[in-house]
Design a protein. Structure first.
Length: 264
């Protein structure tokens, strides 16, 4: 429990109980922590209400947010001011031409800058300075995505204790699928590839990689070279938590990837 020093006894008690999720009368506080997984329900802006596509969601951690505008995935850096406000700095996003592009543009426009947090027992509302809102409800827990038959999109590279997000210019460019028949295929960054893949308990081993031969420069080329080296480095340890896959080589290099939703 947090401690509150040099405060009047009554105020210190109230703050301590709030930190523990309790009210002064001993009842459990019903307000959710903004950190968590949220389903976007609607936007209100310019006197209009826009209802969200089913895939629209935000997963918020202490300093990062990832999610889906409804069709395109995105990432952002977040900085909380207690539980009353959060400042969102947009990162990368995919650039698909989606059916409900108006909602996506409005969501991207609202989910940035300083946002006031309004919490209720079963909702979270983010408010912009002009009064526009993003209304969200807790997202039901999802089962771990299966290793095979899932489109995995690479979102970061691992080197020992360091995890580096994919550069904005390369977001969504590297992805792969492991088929039930033991084949892997996808895009390394700009070149398409295929390979045999063997899964044994907690290890995944790629056979020789066959790929197209386009010249790859910039961030996409850097990601491609890193993945080519990783896939050719021998057995990789794999772990899935929710919709996130981690592959790690014995030398500590690896990647994290997210499972694409049906809309992605």
């Amino acid at each position: 429990m947090r401690t509150f020093r040099n405060l009047p006894a009554g105020l210190a008690l109230a703050l301590a109980l709030a930190a523990c999720g309790q009210s002064e009368d001993g009842g459990a506080a019903a307000l959710p922590d903004p950190v968590g997984s949220w389903t976007v329900q609607s936007l209100t802006t310019g006197g209009r209400t826009l209802h969200a596509p089913d895939a629209a969601h935000v997963d918020i951690s202490e300093n990062k947010a990832t999610g889906n505008y409804g069709c395109n995935g995105f990432s952002a850096v977040v900085a909380f001011a207690g539980t009353s406000a959060v400042t969102v700095t947009p990162g990368g996003s995919t650039l698909r031409n989606c059916a409900d592009i108006e909602f996506e543009k409005q969501f991207a426009e609202l989910f940035k800058g300083r946002l006031t947090i309004d919490r209720g027992p079963d909702r979270l509302t983010l408010k912009t300075a002009d009064g526009s809102t993003i209304a969200m409800t807790p997202k039901p827990p999802r089962a771990d995505a299966p290793l095979t038959a899932t489109l995995w999109t690479v979102d970061s590279l691992i080197s020992g204790e360091t995890v580096s997000s994919v550069p904005a210019e390369a977001v969504g460019k590297a992805h792969f699928t492991l088929a039930a028949d033991g084949t892997a295929s996808g895009v390394l960054g700009c070149n398409r590839f295929s390979a045999k893949a063997t899964v044994e308990a907690s290890t995944l081993t790629f056979g020789p990689v066959t790929s197209t031969r386009m010249a790859c420069e910039g961030p996409a080329g850097e990601i491609e070279r890193a993945l080519t080296g990783l896939f050719g480095s021998g057995p990789l340890s794999w772990k899935i938590q929710g919709q996130a896959l981690t592959l790690t080589a014995p030398d500590g290099k690896g990647l994290t990837a997210r499972a694409a939703s049906a809309a992605e």
